[in-house]
Design a protein around this ligand. Structure first.
Ligand SMILES: [Zn+2]
Ligand SMILES: [Zn+2]
Length: 297
C-alpha cells in the first residue's frame, strides 16, 4: 500500500523545490551583503530588487517543475545520437582533467548560445528580458525568460552527454562552479581584479555586457571564461573606471510579473540585434569623437 503511495515522490519533489529556493535565497542574501559593503552603483531601487526576487521565485519553481521533462529530452537525444563518444576519467588527476574538459565544453556552448541570443530575433525576444534590468545587481542573476530554461535544458546541455561519458558528480562540480560564477558576475560590486579582469567573468566585465551604451553592445558574452571573447573577437576590456549604466537602449522593462512572463509578446525591442557592422561603425565614430570611454557610476 505504501509502495504505491504518491506521497514519498511528492515529498521528494517538495524537498527538491525547497532546496532550490534555499540556495537562491542564500546566494542572493550573501551577494546583497557584499554589495552593501562595496557597491559599484549607489542608491539602487529596493522595489526593483523585490521584483527580481519575486520573478526568481517563479523562475525557480518553473525550472524545478520542468526537470523531469528536460531529463527525458536529454535521454532521448543522447540515445538517439549515440551518447558518450569520449569516456572521461573519474578518479585521481584524470578526474580533474575531466572537470576542466566538461567545464570548457559547457562554457563554449553557453558562449555560442549567448551569441545566438543576440543575433536571432526570436531568441533576443526572450533574452532581452535579462537585459531589461536598469539596475545591475545579484537579483538580476535569474531574470531569464522561463522558456530559455526549456531550450537550454532540452537542446543545449544534452550535447555534453552526446560528446562525453562522464560520472554525474563531475557534471555536478562544474554546475556548482557555474552557479557561483553566475551570481558573482551579476553583483553590483566594485571589485578590481586588475590584470585578471579578463581571465574570469566578474561584476565589471559582465556589467559591460549589460551596458545600455551602443559601443558596448555585443561584447563580453562569456559565462565563465573570457577566453572565448578573446578567441572570437567579442572582448571589451573595461577600463579602470568604466562602470556603465545598464538596461535596454529604449529603456523598456516589464512592470509586472505577468509582463515579465509574457515579455516576448511585447512589441519588439529596438535593439534586435543590431546590424553588427553598423553598430561597430557607430561605436568607432563615438569613440573617436569622445576620445575615451565615459564613466558612469
Ligand atoms: Zn546577453
Ligand atoms: Zn547577465
Amino acid at each position: 500500500m505504501f509502495a504505491s503511495s504518491p506521497f514519498p515522490e511528492l515529498l521528494h519533489h517538495v524537498t527538491h523545490w525547497l532546496g532550490g529556493y534555499a540556495l537562491v535565497l542564500v546566494m542572493m542574501v550573501a551577494g546583497a551583503a557584499l554589495e552593501r559593503c562595496w557597491p559599484a552603483e549607489l542608491l539602487q531601487s529596493r522595489a526593483g530588487m523585490r521584483f527580481n526576487v519575486a520573478y526568481a521565485a517563479l523562475y525557480t519553481a518553473f525550472a524545478e517543475a520542468m526537470r523531469p521533462l528536460m531529463a527525458m529530452a536529454s535521454v532521448a537525444i543522447v540515445n538517439g545520437l549515440g551518447g558518450g563518444r569520449v569516456v572521461l576519467a573519474s578518479r585521481g588527476w584524470g578526474a580533474l582533467a575531466s572537470i576542466v574538459i566538461v567545464l570548457l565544453t559547457f562554457d563554449l556552448l553557453e558562449y555560442a548560445f549567448h551569441r545566438l541570443q543576440h543575433v536571432w530575433p526570436v531568441l533576443w525576444k526572450l533574452h532581452s528580458l535579462h537585459h531589461s534590468a536598469a539596475e545591475f545587481n545579484v537579483t538580476v542573476t535569474l531574470r531569464h525568460h522561463w522558456f530559455e530554461v526549456l531550450l537550454k535544458g532540452c537542446l543545449l546541455y544534452p550535447v555534453v552527454g552526446v560528446l562525453f561519458k562522464v560520472e554525474p558528480w563531475i557534471v555536478g562540480v562544474t554546475a556548482v562552479i557555474f552557479m557561483f560564477g553566475n551570481y558573482f558576475a551579476h553583483m553590483n560590486l566594485r571589485i578590481d581584479l586588475g590584470r585578471f579582469t579578463t581571465w574570469v567573468n566578474n561584476p565589471q566585465y559582465h556589467r559591460l555586457h549589460h551596458s545600455n551604451r551602443v559601443e558596448h553592445f555585443d561584447h563580453n558574452f562569456t559565462q565563465l571564461l573570457p577566453l572565448w571573447d578573446h578567441l572570437f573577437g567579442t572582448l571589451w576590456v573595461p577600463s579602470k573606471h568604466e562602470w556603465p549604466a545598464t538596461g535596454l537602449d529604449d529603456g523598456a522593462q516589464p512592470h509586472s510579473l505577468l509582463g515579465a512572463l509574457s515579455w516576448p509578446l511585447r512589441s519588439q525591442a529596438r535593439r534586435v540585434l543590431t546590424n553588427t557592422r553598423a553598430t561597430h561603425r557607430l561605436a568607432t565614430r563615438q569613440t573617436n569623437n569622445h576620445g575615451s570611454h565615459d564613466e558612469h557610476v
